[in-house]
Design a binder for this molecule. Structure first.
Ligand code: ATP
Ligand code: MG
Length: 149
């Protein structure tokens, strides 16, 4: 069993239909350990996306993430990190639409920035990102339970 962070971006949270459909995909594939709506301030977003600082899309990305509430999930399943990234599909929406039309980004992405969702890319990223967005959780306890299950 493995845990990951899934984050639905503001335009998806605003779209009741898209949000419901994606939540259904999540429920079918994972155990939801924790979930909440979260307003990611620009400051928090800059911390969350620190690895992308200096890239041409960085400012656009951190501004967009603060444009409305996001919805965060701590998900658990066998191979949850790869599974959620597979369900999201390619980062770039034009690629997603043509090569993986049924993936979440292919269905609900609007642009490379507004690509519907985020997923941790490694166990270390998952731990880091869950700690940032769910500071109230005891991450050590969460990962210990995870590795024992
Ligand atoms: P994520 O980290 O959101 O799950 P990812 O791992 O597929 O996506 P990253 O390279 O980590 O992609 O990029 C993080 C986010 O930055 C992307 O989800 C997207 O919103 C934005 N981004 C990445 N590349 C571009 C780009 N070329 N143009 C615009 N935005 C981009
Ligand atoms: Mg990434």
């Amino acid at each position: 069993m493995e845990i990951t962070l899934a984050l639905l971006k503001p335009h998806v949270v605003r779209n009741v239909y898209a949000f419901r459909e994606i939540k259904q995909i999540i429920q079918q594939n994972f155990t939801i350990l924790h979930t909440k709506e979260v307003l990611i301030t620009k400051e928090l977003s800059e911390h969350f996306y620190a690895e992308h600082k200096g890239k041409f899309f960085y400012n656009r990305l951190v501004t967009f993430m603060g444009s409305g509430p996001c919805h965060a999930f701590v998900l658990q399943s066998k191979g949850s990190i790869a599974k959620w990234r597979e369900l999201m599909g390619p980062t770039k929406v034009f690629k997603a639409v043509y090569s993986h039309p049924d993936c979440i980004r292919g269905l609900y992405g609007l642009s490379d920035t507004r690509n519907a969702c985020h997923g941790s890319d490694s166990e270390a990223s998952a731990t880091r990102e869950i700690s940032i967005l769910f500071p109230e959780l005891n991450i050590n306890q969460l990962t210990a339970i995870d590795s024992n299950s």
